[in-house]
Design a protein around this ligand. Sequence first.
Ligand code: NAD
Ligand code: MG
Length: 421
Amino acid sequence: MQCSPGICPRPSAGGLVAVAGVQQVAVLGSTGSIGVSTLDVIARHPQQFRAWALAANRSVDTPAAQCREFQPRYAVMMDPDAADTLRAVLAGECDTEVLAGPEGLQQVASHAEVDAVMAAIVGAAGLPSTLAAAEAGKRLLLANKESLVMAGHLLMAAARKAGAVILPIDSEHNAIFQCLPAAQSGAPGLEGVSKILLTASGGPFRSWSADAIAAATPAQACAHPNWSMGRKISVDSATLMNKGLELIEACWLFDVAPSRVEIVVHPESIVHSLVQYVDGSVLAQLGNPDMRTPIAYGLGWPQRIDAGVAPLDLVALSRLHFEAPDETRFPCLRLAREAAAAGGTAMAVCNAANEIAVEAFLAGGIGFAAIPRVIEATLSAVPSVEPTSLGVVEAADRDARDVAAWHVARSGGRPNPGGEK
Ligand code: NAD
Ligand code: MG
């Protein structure tokens, strides 16, 4: 896997960067789990942040309520009919201008008035707007890990070229960002680092037998023991594909080879990840499992701001556990590793096949055990090529979706394109 140098500058020795005035934030995916948590943190700091734009897919009630509360300059609905409905609902109530479709998303992600973009759309649908924010040199709060998995090389290169600051919002990567040393360039460096330890909760099926896992229902897969998240990432956590995607994400963000990232199962989700140094020191970031902590870190960085998160009570917790992941019961982790090792568009193929398989599983079309089978068959069928442009990545994504849908149908199910809220 070819990795690009990380590009997130650190505060200079001369002191913290002063943020002048109110920061205008575009919250892409505002109705989702991360989007709602982001708005919660923004609402706690009206003197520092404004939700300047909101964007969601097609259901209108939550965006309408968010527009009434936050009065953004723009709201974007991916679905044009939903945009018409939102426009009608908001008429006379607020001055928010409603835009539609991918063009609207691109427009707000790269708008000159925007300081920071929270990329919290789920799945490959988030890639174009995330890339647009990087190309426009924005402070990019990156929750949409799928963009890095699909097009890490392009995204990191775009950010570097435009001077965009990427702040990882995924809790593990945010923890690693906090524990890495600052290099002379100001970017998080690897000086003295021997290994990155990426923690995984193990998901709801951590202690289940392979047979029980195979019979798991969507409701069981979405019942994460520690985190409240959207349905797609919840299933990814249950298959451990989430950790596979995060392995790839870490390689791009921090410029490390997959062999330097070790996955450790930690069921309590209190230690969000660790960095091991050559002298035997291990630095970790701990906290209650609440995404408002990494979101507040990303919004406020390099300052620390209140996130509304309860302080950690170590005595009440009393014990923390760690174990090795089981790649036999959870083959998705192995598949992601293999895609990372193959490099090129294999990671985009892996991501697309996973999205199709998870959608089909959530729609009741295939069983839980079919998810890795669909991904493995798709990875074998779609050749990996150099991801030289967004067009090449998107073509690989389309091919993989077609092949995966065929395998879903063969498994007796129907794919469920666009099943997101
Ligand atoms: P979610 O399903 O709760 O929300 C997804 C958001 O994206 C919604 O606002 C939805 O309207 C919007 N959306 C969906 N499809 C869209 C499309 N085609 N075009 C435009 N908007 C669309 O998801 P989530 O749990 O908030 O996760 C969002 C992203 O953050 C994912 O990439 C996920 O991997 C990542 N992430 C989430 C968590 C978490 O705790 N939820 C943690 C780490 C990383
Ligand atoms: Mg995570």
